[in-house]
Ligand binder design. Structure first.
Ligand code: NAP
Length: 338
């Protein structure tokens, strides 16, 4: 179906980038992506794919590096997934977050407009844009009220995509996926779901050394306890491989548009803890403590998506249940942190 087509992915080494690469290679696409040149230079999520893809070193804050890659690769489809993607971290670096997550996206739109004007673009928008929402569930028409610098930067990119899409002179095919939280064993350890699955594994396995660090540089498990923020946060959690299919479907649709992608089910952080500790027959209440420093200054949520437009137009729906998702993550980490 994608035979002969070329896809360029920014953020290819991230959770979604790696699953999307597998998905597109399977469809017969030629895939290339951006990775940042770092000292370690070990994009673990795509290590197993490195012989099948083309890598460009680049950074979303450098329009020249975007231009060089697009000029050389000449993609038919561009998936803009690169971002400073942590809402909590964005409070510590709002300007840096804006320059990558907001302006970086617009650099991609502008360079694509000049170099590959026919390329279809996917922009990774987010349910975080709904922020302090009053409407539950949220859909494509729900008012946007961002509650953190990450969400504000995504709103900027989302609106710029909409403006370029509606341009009367040179309209661009830019579709925005308003994706609700989606998780997997490839989720960064600073994100709450992965923090929980890693902690469950370390506690169950009695691991005392080389425990991954949280965003404050402390081991995720300290004195046998996992420290979290607000346990009643309500989120709509799906499984990342199900969600990358929706990204692709958006670019196969005849016209660019915006789509909410979600399960429609809400769970609290406490629910996630309960399920995850139950996988290894432990009671979460014995291991989870809270600390105010993990609570964001402004509350986002409750986030619950209504994906009926995607279901109707794209024929997309999630395949993996909440219980299955938690199990997949815990089982993966039990083996990884043995
Ligand atoms: P992720 O795992 O954090 O991946 C982000 C990617 O962006 C990484 O490959 C990272 O590269 C790259 N990156 C960061 N800064 C960059 C820069 N300055 N230049 C070039 N690349 C840069 O995120 P994800 O979970 O896969 O999410 C993919 C996209 O969807 C993101 O835009 C995210 O904000 C958005 N989104 C995610 C969710 C979710 O629940 N996962 C929901 C809605 C929207 P390094 O490896 O070098 O850091």
């Amino acid at each position: 179906m994608g035979k002969g087509k070329k896809a360029f992915i920014t953020g290819i080494s991230g959770q979604d980038g790696s699953y999307l690469t597998e998905f597109l290679l399977e469809k017969g696409y030629e895939v290339a992506g951006f990775i940042r040149r770092t000292v370690a230079n070990e994009p673990n999520n795509i290590k197993h794919l490195q012989d099948e893809i083309k890598i460009y070193h680049g950074d979303l804050t450098s329009p020249e590096s975007i231009a060089l890659a697009l000029y050389d690769f000449q993609p038919d489809e561009i998936y803009n997934l690169a971002a400073q993607s942590s809402p909590l971290a964005s409070f510590h670096d709002p300007i840096g977050t804006m320059s990558v997550t907001g302006l970086g996206a617009v650099h991609v739109f502008l360079r694509a407009r000049q170099i590959v004007p026919k390329a279809k673009i996917y922009q990774a928008s987010t349910s975080e844009m709904f922020g302090e929402t009053k409407q539950v569930p949220q859909d494509e028409d729900t008012p946007i009220v961002p509650a953190n610098p990450y969400a504000a930067a995504k709103v900027y990119a989302h609106w710029m995509a909409s403006i370029f899409r509606r341009d009367k002179v040179q309209p661009q095919f830019i579709s925005c996926g308003i994706l609700f939280n989606h998780e997997s064993p490839r989720r960064g350890v600073n994100f709450i779901t992965r923090k929980i699955s890693v902690a469950v594994a370390c506690i169950k396995n009695g691991k005392k050394e080389n425990i991954p660090l949280n965003e404050f540089g402390e081991p995720i498990v300290q004195n046998g306890k996992l420290v979290l923020g607000y346990l009643q946060s309500e989120r709509d959690w799906g499984y990342a491989p199900d969600y990358v299919e929706a990204m692709w479907l958006m670019l196969q649709h005849e016209k660019p548009d915006e789509f909410v992608i979600a399960t429609g089910e809400v769970h609290t952080v406490e629910d996630f803890c309960r399920e995850a500790f139950a996988v290894v027959s432990l009671d979460w209440k014995d291991y989870v403590v809270t600390n105010q420093k993990f609570v964001p200054p402004v509350y986002t949520g409750p986030l619950k998506g209504n994906a009926s437009k995607a279901k109707r137009v794209l024929k997309w729906q999630p395949k993996t249940t909440f219980k299955e998702l938690v199990k997949i993550m815990v089982h993966h980490d039990l083996a990884k942190y043995a």
